[in-house]
Ligand binder design. Structure first.
Ligand SMILES: [Fe+2]
Length: 186
């Protein structure tokens, strides 16, 4: 289950319904997919895409996506820092950014045109869509490990447009993990 933090307001949302309604209000589609027990998370990409074909086809029909692939990143990935540097600067796309997390975790920061920056920590089973045009950036959590299905409306794939705002540098890319609970009353 994803968590949402709003650093400027000192708020963290962990309750499923609170996360869902916050993201819906921000225009971000979010749902949970049941991870497939019959296909290991480390299965070859073609097997993954075949196993999740019903869900992928449903999304394609709904959002006009034409291709899907599997991105697989670990701390051992060659040129990882250069790759991450492309994701972690604020940018937008001319198409939706759709991801289903198979393994690992990551942190999306979203900067709405109006309203506070919020961070969405995502993990296995999380499916979300950042609509085209929305300013955002992405960091891996400290274990640098993520495997995800991506869907594209443009067959040429992931093209970022950088805002060069520098806002991303003001936010610490810190993950809390699935067990995180915000401090409550003593
Ligand atoms: Fe992006």
């Amino acid at each position: 289950m994803a968590t949402v933090r709003i650093p400027g307001e000192g708020r963290t949302l962990t309750d499923a319904e609170a996360v869902r309604s916050f993201l819906a209000a921000a225009g971000i589609d979010y749902e949970r997919w049941e991870p497939r027990a019959d296909v290991p998370e480390e299965a070859p990409a073609d097997d993954i895409l075949r196993a999740y074909a019903p869900e992928i086809d449903r999304l394609k029909a709904r959002g006009g996506y034409v291709t899907a692939d599997v991105i697989d990143v670990t701390a051992l990935t060659p040129n990882l820092d250069a790759m991450l540097a492309k994701f972690s600067r604020e940018h937008w796309h001319d198409e939706d950014e759709v991801r289903f997390i198979l393994r690992g975790s990551g942190l999306f920061h979203i900067r709405p045109r109006q309203g506070p920056v919020h961070a969405i920590e995502v993990g296995p089973g999380d499916l979300f869509r950042v609509p085209r045009g929305i300013w955002h950036w992405f960091d891996l959590c400290s274990d640098r490990n993520v495997r995800a299905i991506r869907l594209f409306q443009d067959a040429s794939g992931w093209t970022p447009h950088y805002t060069e705002s520098g806002v991303d540098a003001r936010f610490e890319p810190v993950c809390f993990g699935p067990a995180y609970l915000p401090p409550g009353p003593a």
